[in-house]
Design a protein around this ligand. Structure first.
Ligand code: GLP
Length: 261
């Protein structure tokens, strides 16, 4: 795992967008794993700007999102499909038929989870998976006790997650109780993982995810098992990392990061 500390949240999001753009330019048919949440809005803004000003081309790109709420249709303003349309899909030249999210309204949810895994496999697997981190350390909706080898499935949302996401709904009781999420095992199979966390409220959980012991209680710790995972944080989210001087030295000196400094 590599951890990169950027001075501000805007700089961290910009770096993540540049890493994505680099991969997309190298492979226009990139299979891109996407994430939702407030943190990602800045990344999608950067990608939209790069599409407009730098001809970043999404026409052949295929996407798979991490998760979707059970019971919300794509037209529901609280659904992750709606979020993706608003923040990215309708702002760039992506073919919407190439964008995939689990269907939270499927009649047979278990069959939908199997179908989603099969669609990822048919696309050849995910090349680059963008990830946020919830306050309790979940990736997607891999809540506490998510098996490290879990696949796409229905997961009950923890009270902490429902409370955190209530800000986007009118009230806590409107937050769905379940979601379909890619599993930890599904995420670990992606060729590259890219996690973005910003803000002081993420500092404690970032330190656990990056430097703490691997545990199914905090699914983000599983990223320590991934051979190619980059964690990008701002100064505030880096606040509890014990080895941040070492991480800073690597970013400042190693040739692989030269074009991003
Ligand atoms: C939701 C999403 C996660 C995301 C998390 C953090 O729970 N399912 O994928 O990482 O929110 O969101 P935020 O960026 O708003 O803190």
């Amino acid at each position: 795992m590599e951890a990169i500390v950027q001075p501000t949240a805007a700089a961290a999001a910009d770096l993540v967008a540049r890493l994505i753009a680099h991969e997309l330019r190298a492979n226009p048919s990139l299979v891109l794993g996407l994430a939702t949440g407030r943190t990602m809005e800045a990344v999608y803004q950067c990608l939209t700007r790069m599409h407009r000003d730098e001809n970043l081309d999404f026409s052949l790109c295929r996407t798979f999102n991490l998760d979707e709420y059970v019971g919300l249709s794509g037209s529901d303003p609280h659904s992750y499909r709606h979020y993706m349309n608003q923040h990215l899909f309708l702002r760039v030249n992506i073919d919407v038929r190439n964008t995939h999210l689990p269907n939270g309204c499927a009649a047979d949810l278990d069959a939908e989870c199997v179908r989603y895994e099969q669609a990822i496999a048919r696309a050849g697997g995910i090349d680059l998976q963008l990830l946020g981190i919830g306050r309790a350390g979940h990736l997607g909706f891999n809540e506490p006790l998510s098996a490290l080898r879990s696949r796409t499935r229905v997961k009950a949302l923890s009270p902490v997650t429902r409370e955190q996401n209530a800000l986007m709904f009118d009230s806590l009781e409107h937050v769905p109780t379940r979601a379909i999420t890619m599993g930890v095992g599904t995420i670990l199979e992606c060729r590259r993982c890219l996690l973005l966390a910003t803000g002081a409220e993420k500092a404690a959980i970032v330190a656990r995810a990056v430097e703490g012991p691997i545990t199914s209680m905090v699914s983000a710790t599983a990223l320590q098992l991934h051979p190619r995972c980059t964690v990008v944080v701002d100064e505030d989210a880096a606040g509890n990392l014990t080895e941040s001087d070492y991480y800073r030295w690597i970013f400042a000196n190693e040739p692989e990061w030269e074009e991003y400094r």
